[in-house]
Design a protein around this ligand. Structure first.
Ligand SMILES: NC(=O)c1ccc[n+]([C@@H]2O[C@H](COP(=O)([O-])OP(=O)(O)OC[C@H]3O[C@@H](n4cnc5c(N)ncnc54)[C@H](O)[C@@H]3O)[C@@H](O)[C@H]2O)c1
Length: 259
């Protein structure tokens, strides 16, 4: 088991990739804090892990709220005695044409995807620095952060911001032996992409499901990504195998974006 005796927090752990990472981390021996603003969903994932003889606890958190974020880290310490891994997975997206993008849209995406990521990383890093045994932070970026898209300006910008924050945090935390790396998924079959599909369909005058089918056609590996497809990279980047890797953003996207 690659994460034996480690303690991990996964934000947005109630569904989609956060759920898949949480289940896989527990299988690899980690104790997992499932942190989500959807407490019912987080509790269900924690139960799934406990039922399979793993260790997990759920906590309600809105990553935009620093007080709640601190309580999330305190939960890991109280239940499992410390913190070794943070996965900044909670994120939101909205498909909006450039000229229609409002301040509310911009703030919604940047507050959760970037500011929330900063608060979670600060709180986790302070705990890891106090412990003095290093740590791992894994950030969920996106292929959207690698380039612009006419209908996706704010989300693309927020994920480019995640890639930049990933670099700065890696440099700031390197002296403390805390590795900071990111994963850039492609088109992943989660509730997130169901909503993205509906929004693209409305804007492009397509049937529901058509945007997804169209985009999938250009993926070199020939199929949509499943949440489980990113769990190998998420385990690797959180494990001792990645002790000499930091500041990187790894594409896990079926070859959809080349760099
Ligand atoms: N699905 C994709 O195609 C795709 C591709 C690339 C990157 N991503 C990114 O991967 C991450 C996970 O995506 P997903 O598809 O699993 O999403 P999802 O919508 O299925 O799940 C996201 C989870 O985050 C939680 N969340 C949202 N806002 C929160 C907040 N303020 N505080 C706490 N929890 C909050 C939600 O309740 C939900 O459980 C996101 O950061 C997303 O931007 C997704």
């Amino acid at each position: 088991m690659k994460l034996a005796d480690k303690v991990a927090i996964v934000t947005g752990g109630a569904q989609g990739m956060g759920r898949a990472i949480s289940l896989r981390y527990a299988q690899e021996g980690a104790s997992v804090v499932i942190a989500d603003r959807n407490l019912e969903g987080a509790e269900a994932v924690a139960r799934e892990i406990s039922d399979a003889d793993g260790k997990a606890v759920s906590v309600s958190v809105d990553v935009r709220d620093q007080g709640q974020v601190q309580r999330m880290v305190d939960t890991a310490v109280e239940h499992f005695g410390g913190l070794d891994i943070l996965v900044n997975n909670a994120g939101v997206g909205k498909i909006i044409p450039f000229l229609d993008t409002t301040e509310a849209d911009w703030n919604f995406m940047f507050d959760i995807n970037c500011k929330g990521l900063l608060w979670c990383s600060q709180a986790a890093a302070r705990q890891m620095i106090t412990q003095g045994r290093g740590g791992k932070i894994v950030n969920l970026a996106s292929q959207a952060g690698r380039r612009g898209e006419a209908l996706v300006l704010a989300y693309c910008a927020s994920k480019a911001c995640v890639i930049s924050m990933n670099q700065s945090m890696a440099l700031a935390l390197a002296p403390h032996k805390i590795n900071v790396n990111a994963i850039a998924p492609g088109i992943v079959d989660t509730p997130f992409w169901d909503e993205v599909d509906r929004q693209f369909a409305a804007l492009l005058n397509m049937e529901i499901g058509e945007p997804k089918r169209t985009f999938i056609q250009s993926i070199p590996l020939g199929r949509i990504e499943q949440p489980e497809d990113i769990t190998g990279a998420a385990v690797f980047l959180a494990s001792a195998d990645a002790d000499y890797i930091t500041q990187q953003t790894l594409n896990v996207d079926g070859g959809n974006w080349p760099s």
